[in-house]
Design a protein around this ligand. Sequence first.
Ligand SMILES: [Fe+2]
Ligand SMILES: [Fe+2]
Length: 488
Amino acid sequence: MQTLAFFNITTTPLACMLSGGATNSRRQKPISAVAKLPPPTLRRHQITHSMPPEKVEVFKSLEPWASKHVLPLLKPVDKCWQPSEFLPDSTKPVNDFIDEVRALQDRTIGLPDEYFVVLVGDMITEEALPTYQTVLNSFDGVRDQTGASPSSWATWIRAWTAEENRHGDLLKTYLYLSGRVDMLMIERTVQYLIGAGCVRHGLENNPYLGFVYTSFQERATFVSHGNTARLAKEGGDPILARMCANIAADEKRHENAYVTIIEKLLEIDPNETMLAIGNMMRKKIVMPAHLMYDGRDPNIFEHFSYVANRLRIYTASDYADILEFLVGRWRLEKLEGLKSDGRCEQEFVCGLGARIRKLQERADERAEKVEPQRLKFSWIFNNHKMSNAKDVKFTLKVMINKQKSKVLFAEAGSDFVDVLLSFLTLPLGRIVMVLNDHYGDKTPAIGSLTTLYKGLSNLDDVHFPSMFDKFFCSVQKAQAHQKQNVIN
Ligand SMILES: [Fe+2]
Ligand SMILES: [Fe+2]
């Protein structure tokens, strides 16, 4: 199923125009200010059963066709890949298994935290699969009436779910073994998402709308998993690249099935189908994971989507590309047999791609002038702040006595102090300590490092997260620590 952000979640002015939501970075509240708010919920009054009852017959009559043209797009179980084929082999002796886990972890070194944010978001979306099966079974005329119905539509829904189930399993196990992410927070997010449901706007129990939605979604997923595969390869993890590429290939097959269904509906019932396509595109295709919540950040889906957009894994351009692909594949521009309302929707949908691109170009220009957001994700250990290194700016205020060439006062954020102190995590601090030991009061100064070292060793212990950090720099305490170790 679908994994990612659509055009309505970029943090650009376009996003707000198209989504109707307050996703603009300048309007978004800081996470700390909105933490602990309840998760997003579905609107209460949704339209239901919008398909005219007589249209149920259309789907009944299409059962033999679906059996011939849709079910063959599924793969037999013994021809499908399984997650264990890409993961460390737990049947091997324990040391070999651990070596394979270590190799997996080593392969992730070249992949930045931002990449993992997107991979986690993708995995969480895949893991909410029970919700998507529920939605498919809400469609009039195609639902699985018994849980094991032999109808073509029901067979498809169950087998599709079974194929999709491998996606979340594979990504989740990989992420767990990678050691790069906080599984507890991820698991909570999955539970919240399944509890929240799926599409806010609702698909009205209407398979015309539903299959337009799934056509779009499956292609979007194909695009985004394809891009995570490409980035994994570039980041030095060829096995992760193969995993994502195999998932993308499944999504492509699923896309083909849903697109074929709409193609058939356009052939036998063009006006109703054109109205459904127009209806969905006017609502905008929202992602099934847009109700995502981790218990902390009520805007986590927008933040995840922002990162996906920035890494070019799923962007507004992709949305326009998919729309234009579907317009071409369904030959909507040349569609005949439409009534006046159908022709109106035809004109709207066929011109929508160009309009989205134009708006996006303007939004991109404006976004370039806005400072990139710095985001935190509970899914990533230590709540790393997400931003491109080139985007980082430090602020430092300094009051200087020019006559005496002395700094009287300095004020900086913790980021700057972290960078400054990180110099001492190199052996430089040790070098200063050894020189101090050797030369005593006559220790030669090594630029500003000697001063930095002295200042640090004079700081009170409360300013250090652990005593180790203090020992690392303090001559007296380091020596005392060494003596203590000798005594012990
Ligand atoms: Fe899919
Ligand atoms: Fe999937």
